[in-house]
Design a protein around this ligand. Structure first.
Ligand SMILES: Cc1ncc(COP(=O)(O)O)c(C=O)c1O
Length: 374
């Protein structure tokens, strides 16, 4: 809102708040949608999505991760968010405990609250924002029903190492929890960190894990609203029931486009990842040179999550929101304050913006520090 107002006043606002790739949807995906239109593929589909899409999801995951999912275990949804929402609402009863990493994406606690579940926070600041099996074990109580894991993470950009990831699931399953693996940023992992999906787990663990997949970020398709849930058949059946009585199904045209995205060349994904890496490689050292700022290297996604506690002290900001507000209102740079995700003293900076814009944003941050400390 404030950014829009500034723009309308002619301010050159740099947006590092965005949670979506700054690239267009690849041409072959758009072509598939155009073809769907030309072929009048514009009517209702099955609530769970068309069979070729559910098959394409299974083929994609099975061939990448050695799993054996079948289309009855898959529901096409209107973006990762709707899949997550349906999954949470179908599972959680009032008073059930939902374990969430702190910090985490803003919608997770809201979904739990909507289902009248109780959020139990698992604070990851002490482990540099890496969720561990020990942290999870310590948070589990007899009322724990669900844990949502998001790796690569929004907002921290951290990736859970596959061995630790498996341990976390083992602990959760042993204690009778269900797991949602939000794999929205699945393919955006920077080497040497590894792309890791719940699909790689052995079947006895996978039996308790639902994958919330999304095509939004991977294929620059945020506006198309297309994703999938993949996992235990009984859970997916409940998700389909909610889908059927609410949104009905994902848009027919988007479903056809999604098949093209999943089955054609994945070159565009590699290109985006390389560009994100180039920007991150510039941004992180630049942030670390600003007095009072320390920023770990993102391992995945496209977010820097610097600790600005020192900067806040030097500049006289009581909260990270105050810092983010000043940066926006006086210097025209949009960031998201860490408190929004449960991490006061941090800000999230998306580098889904051009390198030139990122460089200009860093200059403006330096200017803010200079103005506040002179
Ligand atoms: C962690 C996480 N999960 C899920 C989503 C949902 O994405 P979409 O509904 O666009 O697929 C987002 C979007 O920002 C996200 O950051």
């Amino acid at each position: 809102m404030a950014a829009e107002k500034l723009r309308s006043q002619g301010v050159n606002v740099i947006d590092l708040g965005v949670g979506e790739p700054d690239f267009p949807t690849p041409e072959h995906i758009k072509q598939a949608a155009k073809q769907a239109l030309d072929e009048n593929f514009t009517k209702y589909t099955a609530a769970s999505g068309i069979a070729p899409l559910r098959q394409a999801v299974c083929d994609y995951m099975n061939s990448n991760f050695g799993s054996d999912y079948t289309p009855e275990q898959c529901c096409a949804v209107l973006g990762g968010k709707q899949g997550l929402f349906n999954a949470v609402v179908s599972l959680i009863n009032p008073g059930d405990e939902v374990l969430l990493e702190k910090p985490c994406w803003v919608s997770f606690p809201e979904m739990a609250h909507f289902a009248e579940g109780k959020v139990v926070w698992v604070d990851t600041e002490s482990t540099d924002f890496h969720l561990t099996a020990d942290l999870v074990k310590a948070a589990i109580t007899p009322k724990s029903k669900l844990i949502i894991i998001n790796s690569p993470s929004n907002p921290t950009g951290r990736v859970i190492d596959p061995a630790e990831y498996r341990k976390i699931i083992e602990v959760a399953v042993e204690k009778g929890l269900w797991v949602i693996s939000d794999e929205c940023y699945l393919q955006f992992v920077y080497p040497p960190h590894k792309v890791n999906s719940a699909a790689q787990l052995p079947p006895e663990l996978r039996a308790r894990v639902l994958i919330a997949g999304s095509l939004s970020k991977t294929y620059a398709m945020t506006g198309w609203r297309i994703g999938f849930t993949l996992g235990p058949k009984e859970w997916v059946t409940e998700i389909v029931k909610i889908q059927s009585q609410s949104a009905t199904h994902a848009a027919s045209i988007a479903q056809k486009a999604a098949i093209a995205a999943l089955t054609a060349s994945q070159e565009s994904v590699k290109e985006m990842l390389a560009e994100f890496q180039r920007r991150g490689d510039w941004l992180i050292p630049a942030l670390n040179k600003i007095p009072g700022v320390t920023c770990g290297k993102p391992e995945g996604a496209f977010y820097a999550f610097p600790n600005i506690k020192g900067l806040m002290k030097n500049c006289g900001f009581a909260t990270s929101k105050e810092a983010a507000d000043e940066l926006l209102l006086k210097y025209g740079v949009v960031t998201t304050d860490g408190a929004a995700f449960g991490a006061e003293g941090y800000v999230r900076m998306s580098y889904a913006n051009s390198l030139e814009a990122i460089q200009e944003a860093v200059e403006r941050i330096k200017q803010m520090v200079a103005d506040r400390t002179k």
